[in-house]
Design a protein. Structure first.
Length: 324
């Protein structure tokens, strides 16, 4: 048994980022596509009644922390332990609700501030690409420098993040390349070295620290914010009730994954059955058309129409016509 708990769980994630403002600020600045002069400086957590409501299945597998900064920008941070294709639409819906909720009757539209939905996904959902960092926003189809600043959706596929340690790469230049070489989108909007370095450290924290961790990499301990997060998830800091809640969360995640996989198998089976049914119908239609051509050829042959002409009309070969 390791010394730490997994930071991706509901209990631990919210203890780190839902109770320590400076840590969620560090995470946001490291992960969001913000330029150096757009960095988050201070935040306030959303009141409980404003946090998006969840269906029971989502409550068991999605962890969220919601806040607003001093510039009135809204941030929804989620840890998604399971994935279905509908999640992207759900993320868009919740971000849109947060954007619309800013508007009051009579307010100037210029007062509306951007909403950022930062989603850490514990499963791969874009199997055809290697990048782990996916940034969606409203961009002109042709003139990509023209952007409508409103909704920003960021998805991070944790299982695709596979960096080397800083000590192995060595040096500032190589450390930057460690992130950029493996993922060209990974630093989008982060135009300073510290931002890139923090992105690597936070992602290493989320992907390398778990119940089996016995020794923490030196790079994580050397950063004050990540080191503090490590202290928060030390097993000894949790009482028996919290540990039961922690174990229950992982049980629910396992159940949800089992249900999702069963549902996927049902969908795939239904899809195969539908494809087979369509193929059978096509074959049946093809056979009926062929029989119709044969019947037509027999009638034409009976009145001594030349085989070459019958072939033109029916599409049958001369050999097939002569065999009738």
């Amino acid at each position: 048994m390791g010394k730490y708990l997994d930071p991706r769980a509901d209990l631990t994630f919210k203890k780190i980022f839902g109770e320590h403002k400076h840590l969620v600020i560090s995470l946001l600045n490291a992960m969001l596509p913000l330029k150096e002069d757009e960095q988050v400086e201070s935040i306030e957590y959303w009141p409980a009644e404003k946090v998006p409501d969840r269906m029971q299945a989502e409550k068991d597998s999605i962890v969220d922390v919601c806040c607003k900064d001093n510039k009135k920008r809204e941030f929804i941070v989620e840890m998604q332990m399971t994935w279905t294709d509908s999640f992207k639409k759900r993320v868009l819906l919740n971000a849109s609700k947060a954007y619309v909720a800013q508007s009051k009757k009579g307010d100037d539209y210029e007062l509306l501030q951007p909403v950022y939905a930062l989603n850490f996904v514990n499963e791969n959902f874009m199997d055809d690409v290697d990048d782990y960092y996916h940034y969606f926003h409203l961009v002109h189809d042709k003139y990509t420098d023209q952007v409508i600043d409103g909704l920003h959706l960021i998805f991070v596929e944790l299982k695709k993040f596979k960096p080397q340690t800083f000590s192995e790469k060595g040096g500032v230049r190589e450390t930057t390349e460690c992130l950029v070489e493996g993922n060209r989108e990974g630093t989008r909007g982060i135009d300073n070295f510290m931002g890139r370095r923090l992105q690597v450290l936070w992602l290493r924290f989320l992907t390398e620290i778990n119940d089996e961790t016995r020794e923490v990499p030196a790079e994580l301990l050397e950063n004050a914010e990540v080191s503090e997060a490590l202290e928060i998830v030390e097993r000894a800091a949790f009482d028996d009730g919290e540990m039961r809640a922690y174990d229950k969360f992982w049980d629910n995640v396992s159940i949800q994954k089992t249900l999702d996989n069963a549902r996927k198998r049902e969908i795939e089976a239904a899809k195969r059955e539908a494809e087979k049914a369509i193929a059978d119908v096509k074959e049946e239609a093809k056979a009926l058309l062929k029989q119709k051509d044969i019947d037509t050829a027999r009638k034409l042959k009976a009145i001594n129409i030349p085989a070459t002409k019958i072939a033109e009309i029916t599409g049958l070969t001369i050999e097939q016509i002569e065999a009738l």
